[in-house]
Design a protein around this ligand. Structure first.
Ligand SMILES: [Zn+2]
Length: 205
């Protein structure tokens, strides 16, 4: 698959929303490209006025942010479609729509959104309007106790797969146990969640 501007903007949004930061290395890992390629593309996006590169700190310009917001919105709408109508497994919808979402832009995307019944969130609980913010706590900062799974903000396939294995989808109940390694469990089983990904699992009381 050839990467284009949309794929980069989407991933940058994903990192900034999940972790408040992104590095060239992380971008390269996520997109399975080499760091020099990532560097080159980021420079291009910066030259086009879509992102600011202040040393290692990367942020969107207003134009870049508006563009990314629309892409993320369409990505999430396409995920609802893939999950509800194509029966794509929950943990695979993110990857499966990376190509599909490009078809669902503009007017076609709005028609799809309407016919899906104007969903509020993607199958992973992320708001269709990417600017919406929830009252939530990242697993990393949660105390011991019982929570409801709100969303998986960084849609990492390994984490999604782990969560799916104990049916820990948005809206289900999860117990948090803090120890050397964070652990969560529910009636289906237990999972150890390593530090880096524990930021992307968002819980509510
Ligand atoms: Zn999603």
């Amino acid at each position: 698959m050839t990467l284009n501007r949309e794929d980069y903007l989407l991933v940058i949004w994903e990192f900034l929303e999940s972790f408040d930061r992104i590095s060239e290395k992380e971008l390269a890992n996520r997109l399975k490209i080499s760091p020099p390629t990532a560097y080159e593309y980021l420079t291009k996006l910066s030259d086009e006025g879509l992102i600011n590169k202040d040393g290692k700190k990367i942020s969107f310009t207003p134009i870049g942010r508006a563009m990314a917001r629309e892409l993320v919105r369409m990505h999430r709408i396409a995920e609802v479609f893939a999950y509800n109508f194509l029966e794509v497994p929950w943990e695979e919808t993110h990857a499966s729509v990376m190509e599909l979402e490009h078809i669902f832009n503009g007017k076609r995307g709005e028609v799809l959104f309407k016919n899906l019944g104007r969903p509020e969130a993607c199958p992973h609980g992320n708001p269709i309007d990417p600017e919406v913010r929830f009252k939530e706590v990242p697993l990393l900062l949660a105390d011991d106790g019982q929570y409801t799974v709100k969303r998986v903000v960084f849609e990492d396939q390994a984490l999604l797969k782990d969560l799916a294995s104990i049916n820990a989808l948005p809206g289900t109940v999860l117990n948090v146990h803090r120890g050397d390694i964070l652990e969560v469990d529910n009636e289906y089983g237990a999972l150890k969640v390593p530090h880096p990904v524990s930021m992307s699992l968002r819980l509510s009381r």
